[in-house]
Design a binder for this molecule. Structure first.
Ligand SMILES: C[S@@+](CC[C@H](N)C(=O)[O-])C[C@H]1O[C@@H](n2cnc3c(N)ncnc32)[C@H](O)[C@@H]1O
Length: 268
């Protein structure tokens, strides 16, 4: 029996002013969770996570760990030679929470590589513990805001699937700039995915699920929502949020978008 999770408000507001600000100030780091990491260097050394663990925070990474991470992202496996990345597809989960889906999927898909982002460091500690207990060596995680870290990892056109499961709806008007789904975020997702790569999203907030479909349509670089694309992931362990929704019969929306070539580049 899961502990009750907050259900949020019945209404989901969209403030066009906040959406516009999120677009205009995306490159300044407006909307990043915890703010711009460059401006809080002292905070990053709080209770470090052991060097050997498959965890990183980019602002505080050693040269040795950076090299190991680069090897993992390049698709290197122990004893492998040549370009094996194509055979070891890379999946990313943004906001993995307690990590049930990430760990479960990584266990079931041992030939794939996984990169998970969760800004709450204590949740990263929990996730690392279960990854190590399960003996998984195909997952790395980070407590960086994914929007800040991903453009620095050299992964353009190399990611097979991006999962965003139950993203925070950020109900309050002044917090709406933190919402993950905006046009610049979709530019990033589009850049990262391989041709035909998949964006898999779930939400139990109907208004947010609708907003996501609108922003994806406005972006123009993805197919229309096809939930069937995301159906195979029903076989993976649900996230904590989804398990709770299933338990209390709360509806949730499953969205799948395929990367397509863009007809024109927005705003350029
Ligand atoms: C509503 S919770 C859902 C957690 C989990 N996916 C689930 O379904 O139970 C959203 C999670 O995303 C994390 N998060 C939000 N924005 C993020 C970002 N930009 N980068 C990494 N993690 C993020 C939050 O810390 C939070 O734990």
């Amino acid at each position: 029996m899961q502990r009750s999770l907050p259900l949020g408000r019945p209404d989901f507001d969209v403030d066009p002013g906040q959406q516009q600000e999120a677009i205009e100030r995306y490159d300044d780091g407006r909307g990043l969770i915890g703010g711009d990491p460059n401006r809080r260097p002292a905070h990053v050394r709080w209770r470090p996570i052991p060097e050997q663990q498959p965890y990183f925070r980019l602002i505080d990474i050693s040269a040795e760990k950076r090299a190991r991470l680069a090897g993992f992202l390049a698709g290197e496996a122990a004893g492998s030679v040549g370009d094996v990345a194509a055979h070891r597809p890379l999946e990313i989960e943004i906001g993995f929470g307690m990590g049930e889906f990430l760990a479960g999927r990584a266990q079931a898909q041992a030939e794939r590589r996984f990169l998970g982002f969760e800004v709450k460091r204590d949740l990263c500690r929990l996730a690392i513990r279960s990854l190590l207990q399960a003996g998984l060596d195909n997952v790395w995680i980070s407590d960086d805001d994914a929007r800040w870290a991903l453009p620095q990892l050299g992964l353009d056109g190399r990611v097979a699937v991006i999962h965003v499961l139950y993203p925070d709806p950020w109900w309050k008007r002044r917090h709406q700039v933190k919402r993950l789904f905006s046009l610049p975020f979709l530019d990033l997702v589009h850049q990262l995915l391989i041709p035909g790569g998949l964006l898999h999203v779930r939400s139990d907030v109907e208004g947010y699920a609708q907003l996501i479909q609108q922003v994806v349509a406005e972006h123009g670089g993805f197919s229309a929502n096809d939930p069937a694309l995301a159906a195979p992931f029903d076989a993976d362990p649900p996230t904590r949020r989804e398990a709770y929704c299933r338990e209390i019969d709360r509806p949730y929306w499953v969205l799948g978008f395929r990367k397509e070539a863009r007809a024109e580049i927005r705003g350029c």
